[in-house]
Design a protein around this ligand. Structure first.
Ligand SMILES: Nc1ncnc2c1ncn2[C@@H]1O[C@H](COP(=O)(O)OP(=O)(O)O)[C@@H](O)[C@H]1O
Ligand SMILES: [Mg+2]
Length: 242
């Protein structure tokens, strides 16, 4: 599906981020349109997580601008950004291990006070992730990595985000769970949620995406239609290990 005419929801323009004197992100620009699934791929250390943390206000910008739904959000903290519709599932998931599944989902709705709608949304999350429903009263810490990843995604969806950012959701999961996670990301995308997906698993990430960006050493080195990138021999050789 093409989203060329859809509104740009997230716009990252020439963003730079440094850790002390070390420039980890050197001027990154990308955009995500309403309804799109965009994959940001690149090897370990390329600067993907740093870019995500800059977008979500966890790291200060050393330069550049970020807009969400046309509004500049530079310098705002994570709390304000969730309220404006930006939700992130961080690398390593970060679920509340000593809380139950349902409690974790309720935490995801902490910015909301529409209790009836929250209950409906929990049921909707259970439809997308039936595994969570079976374990609704179980402590999150007792679930497998893949189940925790699903919970983290479900929790992020509970804030009804305009844009969902996923940082390496397949990391550390068994091959079967990796399949399942990519399936479920596709399903959430099909439900209309706009997604920016960061992945080292480049080929899988491009398979489910509308468009892709490749990041290397703090810069975007390539971008385009995900399907074309996937079938470009140069991309395959350089980034997909073929
Ligand atoms: N907290 C930090 N302090 C110093 N350097 C960091 C920190 N986090 C990441 N880096 C460095 O920034 C670069 C980009 O890292 P990161 O954004 O985590 O890459 P990716 O997510 O693509 O694997 C790497 O060289 C990494 O070592
Ligand atoms: Mg990372």
């Amino acid at each position: 599906m093409t989203h060329d005419n859809a509104a740009v929801l997230l716009s990252v323009h020439d963003v730079k981020v440094a850790y002390g004197g070390i420039q980890a992100v050197k001027g990154v620009s990308l955009e995500v349109r309403e309804g799109e699934l965009v994959s940001l791929i690149g090897s370990n250390g390329a600067g993907k997580t740093t870019t995500m943390k800059a977008i979500t206000g966890l790291l200060p910008l050393g330069g550049g601008h970020i807009q969400l739904a046309g509004k500049t959000i530079d310098g705002q903290g994570p709390w304000d950004l969730v309220q404006q519709g930006l939700a992130m599932v961080p690398e390593g998931r970060g679920v509340f291990t000593r809380m139950t599944i349902v409690e974790n989902l309720q935490m995801g709705a902490y910015i909301r006070d529409d209790n009836a709608a929250i209950a409906d949304d929990i049921e909707r999350v259970f439809t997308t992730f039936p595994r969570l429903k079976e374990r609704r009263d179980q402590l999150a810490g007792t679930m497998s990595g893949g189940e925790q990843q699903m919970l983290a995604m479900g929790r992020a969806l509970m804030s009804r985000p305009k844009v969902l950012l996923l940082d390496e959701p397949s990391m550390g999961l068994s091959p079967i769970m990796v399949d399942k996670i990519f399936e479920v990301i596709q399903e959430v995308s099909a439900q209309g949620v706009t997604i920016l997906l960061v992945e080292q698993n480049a080929s899988r990430a491009l398979q489910i995406a509308d468009r892709g960006y490749v990041m290397e050493s703090g810069l975007i080195t390539l971008s385009g239609d995900a399907h074309e990138m996937l079938h470009d021999p140069k991309v395959r050789e350089a980034y997909l290990g073929e």
